[in-house]
Design a protein around this ligand. Structure first.
Ligand code: FAD
Length: 518
């Protein structure tokens, strides 16, 4: 027999390794010896009150063995001789499009401009230490896309768009910890992601798929509203019947290419702002109501904040407890920041994007001349300003949080996790009013919601500009582009995803759509 129960434990309870067995037996009024196994379905922390509680949802197996296998099986088949589907980009969308093609009996041929995870590391070092951005291999481009050296938080709001559980199980199948199936806020961590990505690549190749790294797509030959062949940077042309375009939202050259070829695009609202960095102990003390170190059984605390300011949302985005701020530019001459954290979230800083919604129809009239690329140009301009004010390297402009809000230059800055370094800059006057004034009001409101958050011990660092795509590549109900019948815009670059899991689910959907009639 299997019984599903819920338990609430104190931190003191949690210190005992056999506590779930003891409490489950008590809850069910049965001897411990009758319990043959316990499966944790969900675990979350309730820190709303000073006495912190742990909520567990469990399946208790009574006189019955725990199932060894998950309900999800991934039966990949040999597709080496099957019909090909071309996938451009090997981020989460491209990876899961490729895996789904294999499940469906089609051969994925992936074209990826960046390098494999190992070689990519050297280019990340060059950004951090030499301030040089390889425009094909960086924090956004390369094997696993922006998802590899990301934070690896796995939440999604797109629950209706696909089988979220299947993606999680598939990540575990490819080497991620089973803990992601249980935690209310699952997280893999930047140190563990490359291995998972490498396992996915090896599996795709094992079953007959192809992955071509350092292979940038630069053009399409189009005839009768169909892509006949894909043109590569080296001039080679690849004939194709189906193209899944999963190039992410940093591939500006792809948006320019589509625009130049007069392939329909649509400007899309997005969000931009800064990244704020606090010492982690400040966030822990606010969230866990403690004055010193947090309890050793508690993870680095996170937060989620939102405030309406003058008709626009100001909100925290991609909060990384115990993490690092990283340089996420994809070209020289721009500064872009983002955040990540290792699986143990044990760094001494907490960072989060704090961004303002930008309505492309109302907020940026001066950019109308750029047509559907107006949001992209606005984003690009801010990244250039950040580059110039950061000192024309990958060092980022920064200000103490209180100085930013009160409008004065910081004479000194706090320590930071951002490796290329910070340059004290008047961010309050550099950011467009649309963003800067709302952020300043937003931070004041956040300080009231979380006492201690508004502090001179935090830095604001610019700019957090790549939260979501400023361009939408339209598609019909069959997921094809309305004008190009064998082009399937996919993932974050198309405007159909906002993170790892939603991009992966969209990849699966595009694969299912692309094979129809092939
Ligand atoms: C530092 C950082 C931290 C993040 N943390 C999280 C997180 O914790 N949780 C979360 O859910 N999301 C996070 N994200 C966002 C997440 O990584 C993206 O939402 C996700 O990767 C989008 O997937 P995608 O496949 O659509 O595009 P991408 O991951 O952007 O992949 C696109 C791929 O296409 C390739 N490409 C581009 N142009 C071409 C071309 N012309 N030819 C060939 N290949 C091309 C690129 O090299 C890239 O590999 C983070 C992002 C960053 C940068």
């Amino acid at each position: 027999m299997v019984k599903d129960i819920q338990l609430r434990l104190t931190l003191k309870d949690e210190e005992r390794s056999d506590i779930l067995l003891i409490k489950a037996a008590q809850y069910l009024s049965i001897p411990k010896s009758e319990i043959s196994g316990i499966k944790v379905l969900r675990k979350s922390i309730d820190a709303r009150k000073p006495k912190i509680m742990l909520n567990y949802k469990l399946s208790v197996y009574i006189k019955e063995a725990l199932p060894e296998k998950s309900n999800y099986q991934f039966n990949y088949k040999d597709v080496s001789k099957a019909k090909p589907v071309h996938i451009i980009g090997f981020g989460p969308a491209g990876m899961w499009a490729a895996l789904r093609c294999i499940e469906l009996g089609f051969k994925p041929i992936v074209l990826e401009r960046g390098k494999n995870v190992q070689d990519r590391r050297r280019d990340l070092k060059a950004i951090n230490q030499d301030h040089h951005v390889n425009e094909d291999s960086n924090y956004c481009f390369g094997e696993g896309g922006a998802g590899t050296y990301s934070d690896g938080k796995l939440y999604t709001r797109s629950l209706k768009r696909g089988d979220v559980r299947k993606i999680f199980e598939n990540l575990v199948f490819h080497g991620a910890t089973e803990q992601i199936l249980v935690d209310a806020h699952p997280h893999i961590g930047t140190n563990k992601l490359p291995k998972v990505v490498q396992n996915i690549r090896e599996n795709i190749i094992k079953y007959g798929g192809e992955i071509h790294f350092e292979t940038r797509v630069t053009d399409f030959n189009i005839k009768n509203n169909k892509i006949e062949s894909i043109v590569l940077q080296n001039g080679n042309e690849i004939p194709t019947a189906r193209v899944i375009l999963a190039t992410g939202h940093s591939a500006r050259d792809i948006y320019y290419l589509l625009d130049k070829k007069k392939i329909q695009l649509k400007a899309k609202s997005f969000a931009m702002g800064v990244r704020v960095e606090h010492p982690q102990h400040i966030i822990d003390s606010i969230q866990y109501h403690c004055s010193g170190e947090r309890h050793e059984l508690l993870p680095a605390a996170s937060y989620s904040l939102v405030q309406q300011v003058k008709d626009r949302g100001v909100y925290s985005f991609c909060m990384c407890p115990g993490g690092f701020i990283v340089p996420a530019a994809t070209a020289n001459g721009e500064v872009v920041v983002n955040g990540m954290s290792p699986s143990r979230r044990n760094n001494k800083f907490a960072n989060s994007g704090i961004v303002v919604e930008i309505n492309v129809d109302k907020d940026i009239p001066k950019y109308e001349q750029f047509g559907e690329l107006k949001g992209l140009e606005y984003q690009k301009n801010l990244e250039r300003i950040a580059f110039t004010s950061g000192g024309r390297t990958q060092a980022a402009p920064a200000q103490r949080l209180t100085d930013f809000v009160e409008g004065r230059l910081s004479t000194t800055l706090n320590d930071t996790s951002y490796q290329p370094g910070l340059n004290s800059s008047p961010m309050h006057s550099l950011l467009p009013k649309l963003i800067g004034s709302r952020l300043r009001k937003g931070f004041q409101a956040f300080g009231k919601k979380m006492r201690g958050y508004y502090t001179e011990e935090a830095n604001v660092i610019g700019v957090e500009s790549r939260t979501s795509s400023p361009v939408n590549i339209p598609r019909t109900e069959t997921l094809e582009h309305p004008e190009i019948s064998n082009l399937f815009p996919c993932g974050e670059g198309g405007g159909y995803a906002g993170g790892i899991i939603s991009a992966a689910m969209d990849g699966e959907r595009c694969a299912e759509a692309a094979i129809v009639g092939l």
